[in-house]
Design a protein around this ligand. Structure first.
Ligand code: MN
Ligand code: MN
Length: 262
């Protein structure tokens, strides 16, 4: 079973708020009459027996919100379910992975993002959406972190990546023929700003030079590994144009879901 959870938290976003509204808006896009509910490989994901949408978490403010996210995720993971989460800003991936870590001590993460999100702290916060993967790696919550789409490394982040032995394939070095070598359970964390802003106006941080939607769909479709969880984060409806980005998120949701139910 795949449990779908909305995590409406954008308190840890450094630049703009808005991502808290994302879960409901992506669900609406998924159900939009302008498209259908089939993945490209022909699976109808509407009312699928292996998927249950638990709705949005009712969150307190920080720092309690992180405990609530961890507990909710751990509850599903411990029940033997896979978990798909809608963010929220990217800070939520840290408590999500905490919720996975006990059951999956060998968890590997594929992190797709324009940003490394490896800051030790950002603007005075250790829980900023610029920091989740520093928290995850320093606490040993994942055995391996592979990053793609990255095109914003600072000197500090490069040092952090080295310190935590992060395997970063920067966007400037990306080849569509790249083959991942995951063995064992994998979690996919997808920050929509990995895409070029031309494809996703509804994000908070426009970083030119990213993936096309088609490139990213192909990355997901070509994954051949055991995927136990995924998130889509950083959709900001306040910046969207005619729900274009919501539709991209819904499309990626479908392609990820079909991998999770496999
Ligand atoms: Mn991010
Ligand atoms: Mn990002």
């Amino acid at each position: 079973m795949v449990s779908v959870i909305g995590i409406p938290l954008d308190e840890n976003s450094s630049f703009l708020r808005g991502a808290a509204q994302a879960p409901q808006r992506i669900r609406e896009a998924f159900k939009s009459d302008s498209a259908n509910s089939f993945s490209e490989n022909g699976v109808d994901l509407n009312n699928h027996p292996d998927i249950k949408d638990l709705g949005d978490l009712k969150l307190s403010s920080m720092p309690q919100a992180f405990d609530q996210i961890e507990k909710a995720v751990a509850h599903e993971v411990n029940a033997g379910n896979k978990v798909f989460s809608f963010g929220g800003d990217h800070s939520i991936t840290y408590p999500i992975i905490k919720g996975f870590a006990k059951k999956y001590p060998d968890l590997q993460i594929l992190h797709i993002d324009a940003h490394g999100d490896l800051y030790d702290s950002f603007e005075g916060s250790k829980f900023s959406h610029a920091c989740p993967f520093a928290r995850i790696m320093e606490q040993g919550l994942a055995k391996r972190l592979v990053q793609i789409g990255i095109r914003t490394f600072t000197k500090h982040q490069r040092e952090q990546a080295k310190k935590f032995k992060v395997e970063t394939i920067e966007m400037k070095d990306w080849k569509d023929s790249f083959q991942f070598d995951f063995t064992g359970p994998v979690y996919i964390s997808l920050d929509l700003d990995a895409l070029d802003p031309a494809f996703v106006p509804g994000i908070s941080h426009y970083e030119p030079g990213g993936f096309s939607t088609r490139q990213l769909i192909s990355v997901i479709q070509n994954l051949n590994c055991q995927i136990v969880g995924a998130d889509i984060v950083e959709y900001n409806p306040n910046r969207d144009v005619h729900d274009m980005t919501a539709m991209v998120a819904a499309k990626l949701y479908k392609e990820l879901l079909v991998k999770l139910i496999k």
